[in-house]
Design a protein around this ligand. Structure first.
Ligand code: PMP
Length: 397
């Protein structure tokens, strides 16, 4: 069939690079893969979920299976207000919108701000899912380079001066996907000042913030926001379990009200049953203990992965130093194309990863790689990374 009448935005769509890498890796049975982006399943709170699901059906009866409010479940939003208080983010239920994962929250920030021809500033590199979320708005992406402390402010300022169509700055300041990097306090303050000066909104995406292995927590940008310039996005995917598909935004009431109206048209509401499960979990169990369980599991694997990179990889390979989250990012010499190397890695040594180029708004930096340590075992890290080190020596030495 010749489809004639589709929207112009379909021309902007590109197939997911992660999916393409996944397909290649899946074609080689037994491949050890660092391409994943999933949380570990062994740290899921299975016993607790069984208990509390039973209890919630007793407590709420058929209401738990009914439609709920578009804005979100009140019990859950009250619990989120308490979680935000611990982060120094002052808010009430009126500031919250429950979303279907934080992925939907990103999509809604685009719906709120971006008309065709507007621009969104992202970090170089940034979360691939954010690029996918903003693409349908037919906006322009402007990538700004980041160093060890976060986005480089002189570059951001130049970008904002030269591009009056920028409406939104999207950032992942804690243990970013894909690099694992964390922004310094100073840079967070400067970003807020810059957003004020050029009158743009900030979308602060923080799904990994609680999963810290080392170093001191840095205040969220939202906690310093005194004029409703920051839309904070949180998620239960990485601390409880991703299949819940529950996230949230914290914003000015005005923006929260717009989100509610948009969401009425998008999906009416997020999963009521899942929202009650989370509310029940937060009331009756210890989230900090669950987070510690995750931290313990991931930090051992991060340590091992970084140790092997330092000891066995060629010295020309650079890595980030993630203090939390699920990813390490490596940079190979500039002449190496990581997607070409992936074919060799999968075929010859049975190791997979995600090439880093697609995480850049302009697809550059093809010599970079994202390595995930949450879904693999310590044995797989030992074996897979050692094999990868050998291949890199063959390619680079
Ligand atoms: N933001 C970032 C930076 C992510 O890595 C992810 C998940 N990979 C999301 C948002 C979306 O997460 P969820 O929709 O499960 O909350």
């Amino acid at each position: 069939m010749n489809i004639m009448k589709l929207a112009s935005r379909i021309g902007e769509l590109r197939p997911s690079a992660i999916r393409a890498a996944g397909k290649l890796i899946a074609s080689k049975p037994g491949c050890i893969t660092f391409a994943g982006g999933y949380p570990a399943s062994e740290v899921m709170p299975v016993e607790e979920v069984v208990e509390l699901t039973d209890q919630l059906v007793r407590d709420y009866g058929r209401t738990s299976m009914q439609y709920g409010l578009t804005k979100g479940n009140d019990d859950l939003m009250e619990q989120i207000v308490k979680l935000m208080e611990k982060k120094g983010i002052k808010c009430g239920i009126e500031n919250i919108q429950i979303t279907t994962g934080s992925q939907q929250a990103i999509f809604l920030t685009g719906m709120l701000t971006l008309d065709k021809g507007d621009a969104v500033v992202v970090e170089n590199p940034t979360y691939l899912g954010a690029l996918s979320a903003y693409v349908p708005y037919e906006a322009e992406f402007i990538g700004v380079d980041a160093d060890e402390e976060g986005m480089i402010m002189s570059e951001l300022e130049k970008t904002l001066q030269e591009n009056k169509n920028v409406k939104l700055i999207y950032v992942v300041p804690n243990f970013s996907n894909p690099t694992g990097k964390t922004w310094s306090l100073e840079r967070r303050k400067q970003l807020l000042e810059m957003a004020k000066k050029y009158d743009v909104l900030i979308a602060e995406d923080n799904p990994y913030g609680d999963i810290r292995f080392s170093g001191e927590p840095v205040p969220e940008i939202k906690s310093m926001d005194d004029e409703g310039r920051v839309i904070y996005m949180g998620s239960f995917s990485k601390v409880l379990f991703a299949g819940l598909r529950v996230g949230f935004t914290v914003s000015s009431k005005e923006i929260a009200d717009y989100f509610e109206i948009f969401k009425q048209g998008v999906d009416l509401q997020s999963n009521e049953f899942a929202q009650l499960q989370i509310a029940g979990y937060l009331k009756n169990y210890d989230l900090d203990k669950q987070v510690q369980r995750i931290v313990k599991n991931y930090s051992v694997k991060r340590d091992l992965m970084c140790k092997i990179i330092d000891e066995k990889f060629p010295k020309s390979v650079k890595r980030t130093n993630p203090e939390g989250g699920m990813f390490v990012w490596i940079e190979l010499p500039e002449n190496i194309d990581a997607s070409v190397l992936l074919e060799k890695a999968v075929e010859e040594i049975g190791v997979g990863y995600v090439p880093g180029g697609p995480f850049y708004a302009d697809g550059s930096h093809k010599n970079t790689i994202r390595l995930n340590f949450s879904t693999v075992t310590a044995e797989q890290i030992e074996e897979g990374m050692t094999r990868f080190a050998k291949l890199l020596h063959e390619e680079l030495d």
